[in-house]
Design a protein around this ligand. Structure first.
Ligand SMILES: [Zn+2]
Length: 316
């Protein structure tokens, strides 16, 4: 189930039409053939800010676009100390944020922006606040604070739809996301550099999802180490940020790969095992909650509250 990697390795997805909902009306573009031109146009009109600095400044980013008050104020979050350390946190798992193109082999990986928007609104109404995994980790293991109902929204692989369809929804809520990046997806056919930088500027964390999206349990030790260290190095060199966490491709992990992730310097890793994440979990096997196409806001809220169990399925 290496959809994105396979598409990239296969040399493109010409003919796949990706419907995008960005700053307003829906746009369609011919993926691959049209992506460079689209990137150029978009970079010149809408992304001037990303060239100035790679520093994360959530308040500036939020204030410059939306009139709403940024609800995130980590210094005022109510949970600290033992209450923060014992807080169980839902980590939601998304992939592509666009309507599934007709005939796609993996329709389950596509969530339209309108559905993401309804889910974020429902979570917000239910009292949830979006946080990064780094913020959760600081509250679990350091002196960081958490909102009363934290939720992490993670986006796997690295795709332009996460920039055009996902980021505007999170930005409107004043929430950051987490990009789990397979670093071969950074650039043409995946997530363009300007897009990844835009996410960082909007407060997102970028974590490693390997270089080539292999099943890490099938790799020889040297190849596994290469995937773990080269992806971390590429994120640092190309995006200027440190990937503190790792995400297993397709969720596949075993004792050897978990030990290798730890040895490579990551603090923790996420899987596709369902459940709420807790400080008491094996940090190298944190569970997540898969968001499927068609899920209502109330279903996602129930998953995030832990009142509804995740149905069986797979993730990437
Ligand atoms: Zn993946």
């Amino acid at each position: 189930m290496l959809l994105i990697g396979l598409l990239v390795l296969a040399g493109g997805v010409t003919g796949t039409v990706l419907s995008r909902s960005g700053d307003g009306g829906a746009k369609t573009a011919q993926r691959e053939g049209g992506v460079d031109a689209a990137n150029g146009a978009r970079a010149s009109k809408g992304d001037a800010t990303t060239s100035s600095t790679g520093t994360k400044n959530r308040n500036v980013a939020a204030a410059s676009t939306t009139p709403t008050t940024d609800p995130r104020n980590p210094d005022a979050w109510p949970l600290s100390g033992a209450k923060a350390r014992s807080k169980r946190v839902p980590i939601l798992m998304y992939h592509l944020i666009a309507p599934a193109p007709a005939g796609t082999a993996y329709p389950g990986l596509w969530v339209p922006p309108t559905e993401l928007e309804a889910q974020v609104e429902a979570l917000d109404s239910a009292g949830f606040t979006g946080v990064t995994l780094g913020e959760v980790w600081e509250a679990w293991h350091g002196d960081g604070r958490l909102p009363s109902r934290p939720v992490v929204l993670s986006f796997d692989d690295g795709d332009i739809s996460q920039v055009l369809g996902g980021a505007p929804v999170l930005r409107a809520a004043g929430w950051p996301g987490v990009l789990n990046l397979a670093t071969n997806h950074l650039g043409k056919g995946g997530i363009p550099m300007w897009g990844a930088k835009r996410l960082i500027k909007q407060g997102w964390d970028v974590d490693s999802h390997t270089v080539t999206h292999p099943d890490v349990t099938a790799l020889a030790p040297a190849a596994l180490e290469q995937e773990l260290t080269a992806s971390k190095a590429a994120i640092k060199a190309r995006l200027g940020v440190t990937a503190k966490f790792f995400c297993y491709p397709a969720g596949r992990n075993d004792p050897a790969s978990r030990a290798a992730v730890e040895a490579a310097g990551y603090l923790a890793a996420t899987t596709t095992e369902p459940g709420l994440a807790a400080r008491s979990d094996d940090p190298f096997a944190l569970p997540r909650l898969r968001v499927d196409p068609g899920m209502s806001g109330s279903t996602v809220v129930a998953l995030a509250r832990g009142t509804q169990a995740q149905t069986a399925g797979t993730g990437e």
